[in-house]
Design a protein around this ligand. Structure first.
Ligand code: ZN
Length: 152
């Protein structure tokens, strides 16, 4: 198990050092902002949504390694998915973070297993799920596009 944890740690540090899709896509037509005041994480998610498919996705912001790595992993995973697939993945990821469901079973959830270590730390769960809540708001095109972990 410790080897696995080291591997997870490495993936998180790598994504934190070099976040993927850390940009605003030129044709973005949706955006939402997320805020986790307990940790100081802030993230803005940009989507190019066409015909119900996430053609492009990017994020900007700053925060702890967990929040940045989680957003980076998420953007890699969501690009090319339909809005419905993205929402379904969000729900399963959230369930796995709150311990209702084991992570794994699909390639995508297996990739997210690197974040499973935070389950033992409720404060860090908010860091890991912030970008996903923000993604969900952007997908729904909700009127209120500012997500806060402390008012939801
Ligand atoms: Zn954080």
């Amino acid at each position: 198990m410790s080897d696995l944890r080291d591997l997870y740690q490495e993936v998180i540090l790598d994504h934190n050092r070099e976040p993927r899709n850390f940009c605003c896509p030129p044709n973005a037509n949706r955006e939402a902002r997320g805020d986790n005041p307990l940790c100081g994480d802030k993230v803005t998610i940009y989507l190019t949504l066409e015909d119900g498919v996430v053609k492009d996705i990017g994020f900007q912001g700053r925060g702890c390694a967990i929040s940045v790595a989680s957003a980076s992993l998420m953007t890699e995973m969501i690009k090319g998915k339909t809005a419905a697939e993205a929402q379904a993945l969000f729900r399963r990821f959230q369930a796995s973070m709150t311990g209702e469901e084991e992570v794994g079973g699909t390639d995508d959830l297996d990739k997210l297993a690197v974040l499973s270590g935070v389950r033992e730390f409720p404060m860090r769960v908010k860091c890991a799920t912030l970008s996903w809540h923000t993604l969900a708001a952007a997908l729904e095109d909700a009127a209120e596009k500012k997500i806060s972990t402390e008012t939801a």
